[in-house]
Each structure stands twice: as C-alpha cells, then as structure tokens.
Design a protein around this ligand. Structure first.
Ligand SMILES: CC(C)(COP(=O)(O)OP(=O)(O)OC[C@H]1O[C@@H](n2cnc3c(N)ncnc32)[C@H](O)[C@@H]1OP(=O)(O)O)[C@@H](O)C(=O)NCCC(=O)NCCS
Length: 331
C-alpha cells in the first residue's frame, strides 16, 4: 500500500563537522490509497522515532516541493545546471597541477568512495552517499537501471603527491547531438585544485562542443576559476522561538555562538529573556536557514522568520558560514 525508507548518513554542517542526519526516501502511497493520511501517519511516527533516537536533523530530496513544509522541512541546498561551450577547448588562468589518469570501472569503484569521503569532509552541505552512487560512478549500473552503462567514461585526478583527490564520469550523448554534447554524470573534487583540473581535462577532450553538468555548485568558481571563498563566523547570543506544527522542536531556545562553535539550550523558564536579541521562526524556515543557504532578511520577507532588523542581522552572522552549501547527493 505504501513505501517509506530511511537511513542515517553524515551531513557536513560546517567547520569540517559531520552530523548524523535522518534521511527519508522512497516515499510512495498507492494511487488507490492517496489523501487518506497514510503519508502523514508514516512520517509523523518516523520523525518522532528519529527524534527519540537522538537524531537532531532530518532531510529528504523532495520531488514535489509543496508536500513537505507541513512536516517541518525547508529547502536547504540548491544546485546549478551548467552548460559550457567547449568548442576549441577551455583555457584556464591558473597553471596545470597534478595529473589525470583514465580509470577503468573497477578502479573507479575502489577509489571513488574514498575521494567522496574527502569531499564530504571538506564541503559544507555535502551528504554521505549510498552504495548506488559507486555502482553508477563505476558504470556497473546505469543511471536508471542496474544494467551496466558501457558508454560511461571516467578519469581520476591525482595531486602532486600522487593522492587521488577527484574524479569525473561522463558520457557522450551521441554524434547526432548538435552541438556534440558530453554529459557529466558525476564530478567529485576534494579540493579546489582538483575541481579546476577536472574541468581542464573535460575542456580538453577533442571534438566535444558542449559540456553539461546538472548538479554544479551554485557558487561555481568555473566561470572565474579563481577560488574566492569568504569565511566568517559570528559570535553572540540569539534566542529562537521555534514553531513546529508537529510539536517536536517547539519552544524557546537560546543559541550561544563563539569562535565558530554554537551551543543550544532551552531558554530559562521557557521565555525570551528581557533585552535578548530574539527571532520567532517556523521550523521549515529553520531548516532552510540551518546551512546558511538563504539570508534571514530574505526568509523574513518570505514570512518564515520574524524579528527586529538587528536580530535578523545577528541570525545571519550566526548561520551564514561563507560559501553557499553544496550537496550533489539525491536519495
Ligand atoms: C505524495 C504522496 C506520498 C502523499 O501520500 P498521501 O498518503 O496521499 O498523503 P497524506 O494523505 O498523508 O497527506 C499528507 C498531507 O500532504 C498533503 N499532500 C499530499 N500529497 C500532496 C501533493 N502531491 N501536493 C501537495 N500536498 C500534498 C495532503 O494534503 C496532506 O496535508 P494535511 O495533512 O496538511 O491536510 C503520494 O501521493 C504519492 O505516493 N505520490 C506519488 C509519489 C511521490 O510524489 N512521492 C514523493 C516523493 S518525494
């Protein structure tokens, strides 16, 4: 009658810290049983169990954006669809570094997970990946089925010390495509240099006229190929009155942030202390704010958070961690 699956994996929440997150996937209800509260019953029970198990965060990839706000989920990361005209090759301002080697499927299968682990550790917003990713990265599975994809190609990037720190897999969409297009199916870099060198490689493939990548970072350095990573972390005390229709995160919470570390505890007496900088926030807006992918004034304009300008500015200073969060993992 219905399916609903969950798993726990790591989310990079900034500063190299990984937090276990409760991930919800494979949500379906038979057309014959829709709109009778089946999803609501499954999700409410499951989120309650996850909370009781000590998991602070839940996440999902929504195929329909309108369904999950009522359960406390807000959009937290975005990805960009990149199209590059690579006729005549791509030129880079930085000099080449390290080396690139074509990798067969078994090599990719063994090396991709460890490269991804390094990417996860260093990429704000990145999420641990399930086994299917390695099967697809190696071509053992194709994108839609568990049949091998013989058209898939892949290369691994090695840094100056010979350590693999990036890979890209790609396939030609066929000579009949005009312009002749190569689709990047997965591109994982554990350093800015690896990211740059993988694009340099892609830009050097003969007879390719267009490169496409559907889960590029929004703050993509590709057009500039100069990493311009602002980083700052605010300090201060902010009181958040959280409104959660499921009642799981409701309450008045005090966030004390200093030197890049935040500690949250219930506000004394469950009330906003006099004179405190305070905001009133819907749980879905908190989900959007958590990785700093949206500013507090923008969320305020959208109606998800209420507070004085000073409180919204402090909210920004405490939640915005610098680069836009980037997550290329769907589940
Ligand atoms: C989407 C789906 C899982 C909903 O299951 P369901 O059992 O019919 O949902 P419920 O009856 O429990 O509804 C829960 C709430 O979501 C709302 N909702 C359900 N489907 C919705 C939709 N497609 N769009 C917007 N809201 C929806 C309901 O109105 C209800 O709101 P309320 O409780 O606040 O009144 C089901 O319709 C389905 O399997 N659809 C096809 C697959 C799919 O889209 N899966 C989502 C993958 S991310």
């Amino acid at each position: 009658m219905a399916t609903y699956a969950t798993m726990v994996d790591s989310l990079n929440v900034g500063g190299g810290r990984l937090l276990p997150a409760h991930l919800v996937t494979a949500v379906t209800v038979r057309p014959t049983h829709r709109r009778r509260g089946v999803l609501r019953a499954m999700m409410t029970r499951d989120l309650r169990r996850a909370k009781d198990a000590g998991l602070a965060l839940a996440g999902l990839t929504a195929s329909e954006a309108t369904i999950y706000g009522r359960f406390g989920f807000g959009a937290a990361t975005s990805a960009a669809e990149t199209r590059v005209d690579s006729r005549g090759g791509l030129e880079f301002t930085a000099s080449p570094a390290g080396s690139i080697a074509v990798a067969d499927n078994s090599k990719l299968l063994s090396v991709a997970p460890e490269i991804y682990r390094a990417h996860l550790q260093g990429t704000f917003g990145a999420l641990g990946r399930q086994h299917g990713y390695w099967m697809r990265a190696s071509g053992a599975w194709s994108e839609e089925t568990s049949e091998p994809d013989k058209a898939l190609r892949g290369v691994i990037r090695y840094n100056q010390d010979g350590i693999p720190d990036g890979y890209v897999t790609y396939k030609s969409l066929g000579w009949q495509t005009d312009p002749h297009t190569v689709k990047i199916t997965d591109l994982v870099a554990a350093s800015d240099e690896a990211y740059r060198e993988l694009w340099r490689y892609l830009g050097s493939i003969d007879l390719v006229e267009r490169l496409t990548f559907d889960v590029a970072p929004v703050a993509d350095p590709l057009p500039w190929m100069l990493a311009d990573r602002r980083r700052y972390s605010g300090s201060g005390t902010l009181v958040l009155t959280v409104r959660d229709p499921l009642g799981m995160a409701n309450g008045v919470w005090q966030l004390d942030a200093h030197g890049g570390t935040g500690i949250v505890h219930p506000a004394e007496g469950g009330t906003v202390p006099a004179g405190a900088e305070a905001v009133d926030i819907d749980i879905a807006a908190l989900g959007s704010l958590y990785l700093g992918g949206v500013s507090a004034p923008t969320l305020a304009a959208a109606g998800g958070i209420r507070g004085s300008r000073a409180a919204l500015d402090l909210t920004d200073a405490l939640f915005t961690a610098g680069p836009a969060p980037y997550c290329s993992t769907m589940f």
